[in-house]
Design a protein around this ligand. Structure first.
Ligand code: ADP
Ligand code: MG
Length: 230
C-alpha cells in the first residue's frame, strides 16, 4: 500500500521520474537503505547530520537533476561542522546549472563503507519483446568503462539470481579478490529478487536503477535510486 501511494504521487509529476525520494519504496520491499533524511534548510541539515553517526553524504534532491554528481550535487564525507555551508553550496550549484530546476532540498545520508564494499547496480528496463529485464552488474565509476552486466526476465528465481552473480566478469571482486573479505552474496541475491518482485507488482514502473547498491561483507545498502513510471 505504501509502495502504491509513492508511485501514484510520481505519476502526477512533470517528468514522471523519481530519485532518492523513492528510497521509501525500496524500504517497503525490505531492501536496506542508509539512514537519512531529506531537508530543506541548512538548520535541518545540521540536525539530520547530528543524528547520524560520523561524517555524512549530502545530495541535491531535484526531479530535474537526474545525474547529481555531474553538477557537483553530491558531497561525500562531510563533517558536522561543514553541513550548513555544504547545504548552501549544493543549492547554488543546482541553481547555477539549471535556474528553473524545481529543487526539493538536500538529502543527508549515512556513509556506506566503500572501503570494505563494492559498488554494484541492480536495475530494470522493460523490453518491448521480453518484458521486464532485471539487470545486475558492477556499479560506480567503472560501470560505463567495463560494461559488466547480466540480465534476466522477471520474475527472477533464487537460482537465476545466483547465476547472475556467477556470471559477471567482476565476480572475483565480490568474492574477495586482493585479500578483501567477500561480500554478503545472500543479501545481493535477495535484493535482485526483491527488485524483481517490485517491478512485477508494479507494471507502471518502466525503468529502475539502484546505482550504487553497495555490497559489503555485512550486507547491502541501496544508496541511490532512480526510476521512471509511465
Ligand atoms: P548520482 O548517481 O546521481 O551522481 P549517487 O547518489 O549515486 O549520485 O552518488 C554518486 C557517488 O557518490 C556514488 O556512486 C558513490 O560512489 C558515492 N556515494 C553516494 N552516496 C554514498 C554513501 N551514502 N556512502 C558512500 N558513498 C556514497
Ligand atoms: Mg548514482
Amino acid at each position: 500500500e505504501r509502495a502504491r501511494s509513492i508511485l501514484e504521487r510520481t505519476r502526477e509529476r512533470e517528468n514522471n521520474s523519481l530519485g532518492v525520494e523513492a528510497m521509501d519504496l525500496l524500504e517497503a520491499y525490505g531492501i536496506p537503505i542508509p539512514e537519512g533524511a531529506i531537508v530543506d534548510s541548512p538548520g535541518e541539515a545540521v540536525e539530520a547530520a547530528e543524528s547520524i553517526d560520523g561524517d555524512v553524504v549530502m545530495k541535491i534532491v531535484s526531479p530535474d537533476i537526474l545525474h547529481k554528481s555531474d553538477i557537483g550535487g553530491v558531497e561525500v564525507g562531510v563533517p558536522n561542522d561543514e553541513v550548513a555551508d555544504t547545504y548552501g553550496d549544493l543549492i547554488s550549484r543546482a541553481r547555477n546549472y539549471h535556474p528553473d530546476a524545481h529543487i526539493i532540498g538536500v538529502q543527508v545520508q549515512e556513509m556506506a563503507d566503500l572501503d570494505a564494499g563494492t559498488e554494484t547496480i541492480v536495475g530494470m528496463n522493460r523490453d518491448p519483446q521480453f518484458g521486464p529485464l532485471v539487470m545486475f552488474g558492477l556499479g560506480g565509476i567503472f560501470v560505463e568503462v567495463l560494461e559488466d552486466a547480466t540480465f534476466r526476465v522477471a520474475p527472477v528465481s533464487e537460482s537465476e539470481a545466483t547465476s547472475m552473480l556467477d556470471e559477471i566478469d567482476s565476480a572475483p571482486l565480490l568474492r574477495g579478490a586482493r585479500g578483501r573479505d567477500p561480500v554478503d552474496e545472500g543479501d545481493v541475491i535477495e535484493t535482485i529478487q526483491r527488485i524483481s518482485q517490485l517491478v512485477t507488482d508494479f507494471p507502471a514502473i518502466m525503468e529502475l536503477d539502484i546505482n550504487p547498491l553497495v555490497a559489503t561483507p555485512e550486507g547491502v545498502s541501496a544508496v541511490d535510486i532512480r526510476l521512471t513510471v509511465d
